[in-house]
Design a protein around this ligand. Structure first.
Ligand code: PEP
Ligand code: MG
Length: 601
C-alpha cells in the first residue's frame, strides 16, 4: 500500500541528506530505494449520512468490491503460476466470499437502511460473518474466519483509497519502510528486490526482529514517524549495526558503507575460524551452543556457524508458511524427520506451535482478543485447538524414531498444564502402539520457562519436566510488564534487571538440583556481555540465532568460569540493571584485558 506523497508533512526538503535513529535489530547494511508501506487501516467510525448521500456511498462500496475482486483474480493467477494451484486456491476462496451476494447485499442493506458510511456497514457485516463462522461445529469452517477477515480488510483498504503496491516488477534493490510489519509480512521479504527494512513500531525481541536476523536482512525498528519523513524512491541506507536510516546519502557516504560491508564480511570470516573448536572456558568448563531456527532453510546456517544442534525450532512458522491452510500430519512429519536426520547425532528441540498473542494469531487463527499477550497463546492455544495439536504431536512422535528429537511446550504457567499435555502425549503414544508405529520411547518432554509463575515454581516443575529452556524474550516481557514489541517502553526492557537475574538464577539452580538440563533460548543468550553473567550463574546450554554462535563461542573461550562466577556473585548484589552492566564492563576490562576474543588457542 503506497502512501500518497502529497499527504506527507513537509518535514524535510526532498533530496536532503537525513539520518534517523532507531534500534538496530538485525545487523548488516542495505542500500536501496524506499518503498513506503502503510499497513494500518484507519480507525473506523460510524458516520451517519443523509438521504442524498446514500447512492454515492453505495457506489463507493461497489467500486471497492470490484477492485478487490480484480485484485484477487490477479493474485490467484500469479500465485498459481509461481507456487502451484494449491496456493492459488486460497485466493479463490477469498474471491468466493467477496462474490457472495449475501455479503455484498448485507453491506448495501446496512448503508441504505441505517444510513451509515460504507466502512462502518462493512465492518459490522464482517463481525456478523466472523461470529457465524466461529459458531460452526466443523473446525475447517471455523478456521475460515481468517479468510473473512483478510477479505474484509482488502475491501476496507480499497474503500479508504490506500493503493496496493506490487514489488514483483521492481528491478532495483528496495528498502521497505513501514509503520508496522507482522512476522508473516516479514517472512515474505525473503527475496529480492527487498534488501532491508525499517519500521516505526517494534522491539528488539519482537518476532519481526527475530525473523529479520534469521534471514540476514538488515533491519532497524522504532523510528518515529518514519513513513511520514521519507518519500518513495529516495535512496536509503539501512544500518542494522548502528540502528540508523540514512536518506539521500552522497556517493562518498555510499562508498564508506560499502567498505564497511567488506570489513564486516572479513570479521565474519575470522569468527568462523572457531567453527570446529569446542566452546570451552579457559578453566575447561564445557558450554553447549545451539541454534534457534524458524525456517528449515536455516538449518544450513546452523551447521555453517557450528551449532551443536537446534535448541529451539519455532514450529509456528510452518503454520505461517502454509496459512490459511493447515499443515497436514505428513507435512509436519517430513519436516521434523528432515531436521532430526540432518542434525544427528545432535539434538533438535522442537517447540510445539506458539501462535497467539501478537504472534500470528490473527493471521492463522482468526482470533481477536483485547489483551492477546495475556490471552490464548502458546500451550493454551494448542490445548484449545486440540485436533490441530494432535496432528502436530503425532507427527513429532513418529519423527522421533528417526533421530534425536525433544518436544518442548511454550508458555507453560503451572504444573497442571504440564500434566494435561503429558496425558495427551501418553494417549497419542498408545494410539501409535496400537497401530504398530514406532517412536522414541525415551522421548524427552520439556518446557519453556517464560512465564514468571513457572520461573518461581521451577523447583516443582523440575520434578515433572525433562528439561527447561528459559525464554527471556517473554520472561522479561511478563516479569517487567514491558511489551516486547512496543518501541515506547523498549528503554525499560532490561535483561540485566535484578528481578530477571534472580528468576534466571532460580531456574538454573532448580534444574541443577533436580538433575535436568537447563538452556536459554531467549535473545539474551546471544549477547556477549550477558553471556559472562549467564556462565557465572551456571548456565551450560545457550541457544541463539546461528550467526551469533561464533561470537559467543569466542567469549566462552576467552574467559574462566571461576571469574564469571565471581562477577555474577557481585552483580547479584547490585540494585539496578545499569549498575550491573557497568560492573560487568569494568570486570571484563580488568579480568580479561586481552579482550573477549581468543580464536587460536
Ligand atoms: C522467548 O520468549 O524467549 C522465546 C525464545 O520464545 P519466542 O521468542 O518465540 O516467544
Ligand atoms: Mg516466548
Amino acid at each position: 500500500m503506497l502512501t500518497d506523497p502529497a499527504t506527507k508533512h513537509a518535514a524535510h526538503s526532498r533530496n536532503a541528506i537525513r539520518t534517523y535513529k532507531g534500534i538496530g535489530v538485525s545487523p548488516g547494511i542495505a542500500i536501496g530505494r524506499a518503498v513506503i508501506i502503510e499497513k494500518r487501516v484507519a480507525s473506523i467510525y460510524r458516520v451517519p449520512i443523509r438521504d442524498e448521500e446514500v447512492e454515492g456511498e453505495v457506489n463507493r462500496f461497489l467500486e471497492a468490491l470490484e477492485k478487490t475482486k480484480d485484485e484477487l483474480h490477479e493474485l490467484k493467477q500469479r500465485v498459481s503460476r509461481s507456487m502451484g494451484d494449491e496456493y492459488g486456491s486460497i485466493f479463490e476462496a477469498h474471491a468466493m466470499i467477496v462474490g457472495d451476494a449475501s455479503f455484498a447485499d448485507k453491506v448495501l442493506q446496512k448503508i441504505e437502511e441505517e444510513q451509515v458510511n460504507a466502512e462502518w456497514a462493512m465492518s459490522e457485516v464482517q463481525e456478523e460473518l466472523q461470529a457465524r463462522f466461529l459458531s460452526f461445529d466443523d473446525e475447517y469452517l471455523r478456521e475460515r474466519v481468517a479468510d473473512v477477515k483478510d477479505v474484509a480488510e482488502r475491501v476496507l483498504v480499497n474503500l479508504q483509497g490506500i493503493a496496493h503496491h506490487d514489488l514483483s516488477e521492481i528491478k532495483h534493490d528496495v528498502i521497505i519502510l513501514a509503520d508496522d510489519l507482522t512476522p508473516s509480512d516479514t517472512v515474505h521479504f525473503n527475496r529480492r528486490p527487498i534488501v532491508g527494512f525499517a519500521t516505526e513500531t517494534g522491539g528488539r525481541t519482537s518476532h519481526t526482529s527475530i525473523i529479520a536476523k534469521s534471514m540476514f536482512m538488515p533491519a532497524v525498528i522504532g523510528v518515529p514517524r518514519l513513513t511520514k519523513m521519507i518519500d518513495n524512491d529516495e535512496v536509503v541506507i539501512i544500518d542494522g549495526y548502528e540502528g540508523t536510516v540514512v536518506v539521500n546519502p552522497t556517493e562518498a557516504m555510499i562508498s564508506e558503507y560499502v567498505s564497511r560491508v567488506s570489513r564486516h564480511e572479513e570479521q565474519e570470516r575470522e569468527l568462523l575460524q572457531n567453527r570446529d573448536l569446542a566452546a570451552m572456558t579457559k578453566d575447561e568448563r564445557r558450554i553447549s551452543l545451539q541454534a534457534n531456527i524458524e525456517l528449515v532453510e536455516e538449518l544450513k546456517d546452523a551447521i555453517k556457524f557450528g551449532a551443536e544442534g537446534i535448541g529451539l525450532y519455532r514450529s509456528e512458522f510452518l503454520y505461517i508458511a502454509k496459512s490459511p491452510l493447515l499443515p497436514s500430519e505428513e507435512e509436519h512429519f517430513e519436516l521434523y524427520k528432515k531436521l532430526a536426520e540432518a542434525l544427528a547425532p545432535n539434538w533438535c528441540v522442537i517447540r510445539t506451535f506458539d501462535l497467539g498473542g501478537k504472534k500470528l494469531a490473527r493471521e492463522v487463527m482468526g482470533s481477536k482478543e483485547d489483551n492477546p499477550v495475556l490471552g490464548l497463546r502458546g500451550l493454551r492455544l494448542c490445548m484449545k485447538h486440540r485436533d490441530m495439536f494432535r496432528t502436530q504431536l503425532r507427527a513429532l512422535l513418529r519423527a522421533s524414531a528417526f533421530g534425536h528429537i525433544k518436544i518442548m511446550f511454550p508458555l507453560v504457567s503451572g504444573v497442571q498444564e504440564l500434566r494435561q499435555v503429558k496425558t495427551l502425549v501418553r494417549e497419542l503414544k498408545a494410539d501409535l502402539d496400537r497401530e504398530g508405529i514406532a517412536y522414541d520411547p525415551e522421548l524427552k518432554i520439556g518446557i519453556m520457562i517464560e512465564v514468571p509463575s513457572a520461573a518461581v515454581i521451577a523447583d516443582i516443575l523440575a520434578t515433572e519436566a525433562d528439561f527447561f529452556a528459559i525464554g527471556t524474550n517473554d520472561l522479561i516481557q511478563y516479569s517487567l510488564a514491558i511489551d516486547r514489541s512496543n518501541e515506547n517502553v523498549s528503554y525499560l526492557y532490561e535483561p540485566l534487571h535484578p528481578a530477571l537475574l534472580r528468576l534466571v538464577k532460580g531456574v538454573i539452580d532448580a534444574g541443577k538440583k533436580a538433575g535436568i538440563p537447563v538452556s536459554m533460548c531467549g535473545e539474551m543468550a546471544s549477547d556477549p556481555l550477558y553471556a559472562i553473567i549467564l556462565i557465572g550463574l551456571g548456565l551450560e546450554n545457550f541457544s541463539m540465532n546461528p550467526s551469533s554462535i561464533p561470537i559467543i563461542k569466542n567469549v566462552v573461550r576467552s574467559v574462566r568460569y571461576k571469574d564469571c562466577r565471581r562477577i555474577a556473585d557481585v552483580a547479584m548484589t547490585k540494585k539496578t540493571a545499569q549498575e550491573i552492566e557497568e560492573f560487568i564492563i569494568e570486570s571484563v576490562a580488568m579480568r580479561f584485558p586481552e579482550g573477549l576474543v581468543n580464536k587460536n588457542s
